[in-house]
Design a protein around this ligand. Structure first.
Ligand SMILES: C[S@@+](CC[C@H](N)C(=O)[O-])C[C@H]1O[C@@H](n2cnc3c(N)ncnc32)[C@H](O)[C@@H]1O
Length: 210
């Protein structure tokens, strides 16, 4: 318990330092709350040996929620672009497989790690910092990396919902996945947030979100 408490304190300090150094990569003013992290991790299946990939792990609060749900024998991978966050995740969570890289290269990164499909992909990527082409590309990488019937979740704050870039992302979600739903909102998150969940149709493994 003590080591988890110390890691959590370091999470926030590292996160806030990274925001100051690189506000245009983080896309948040604070780490997700534990309640949001639990909702995001709710797509983790209870299948033994499941593979779960997290995109934009940041300080690690959602990584912990995924770990809490992942059955024994599962594989948990975090893809993170920010060097400070990668360093922090590797130091604070030695059990987590951290890949330093861009979610836009997801297929190639997973292939290099020997992963052919993910049963769930959990994101807290800053979608409104991506232009439409980047959004479509990253969502395509996600869809083509998911196993048939695989589940995707992504955290978003209520503050971005009216933005044109978010509305484009929301339309892309509908075009990419067979079903899209929401969990939340979580009002005590800073700022309040909700989680989109999405599922590929059984048997579907797509690279086409256009
Ligand atoms: C909004 S923060 C979320 C951090 C943490 N998961 C949380 O919920 O508190 C977004 C994270 O995504 C990372 N990120 C941004 N663009 C990325 C990309 N293209 N590929 C991978 N990670 C990225 C940022 O460095 C940051 O750690």
């Amino acid at each position: 318990m003590l080591s988890r408490t110390r890691a959590t304190t370091g999470d926030t300090r590292t996160f806030l330092g990274a925001i100051i150094r690189n506000p245009h990569q983080l896309g948040a003013i604070a780490p997700s709350s534990k309640a949001v992290a639990r909702l995001a991790a709710s797509v983790v299946p209870d299948t033994p040996g499941a593979v779960v990939v997290e995109l934009g792990a940041g300080g690690g609060v959602i990584s912990d929620a995924i770990s809490d749900r992942l059955p024994p024998g599962g594989r948990q991978i975090a893809v993170e672009l920010n060097d400070d966050m990668v360093h922090h995740l590797r130091g604070s969570r030695p059990w987590l497989e951290v890949i330093a890289g861009d979610a836009g290269d997801l297929g190639a990164l997973l292939a290099k790690a020997g992963v052919t499909r993910a049963d769930a992909i959990v994101s807290s990527l800053p979608w409104t910092l991506f232009d439409e082409a980047q959004q479509a590309h990253v969502l395509g990488e996600i869809a083509s990396s998911l196993a048939p019937g695989g589940r995707f979740s992504t955290v978003t704050t209520l503050t971005v919902l009216p933005l044109p870039r978010f509305r484009r992302f929301r339309a892309l979600l509908d075009r990419t996945f067979a079903t899209v739903g929401t969990l939340g909102p979580v009002w005590h998150n800073v700022p309040p947030a909700l989680v989109y969940t999405a599922t590929l149709a059984a048997g579907e493994r797509t690279t086409d979100n256009g």
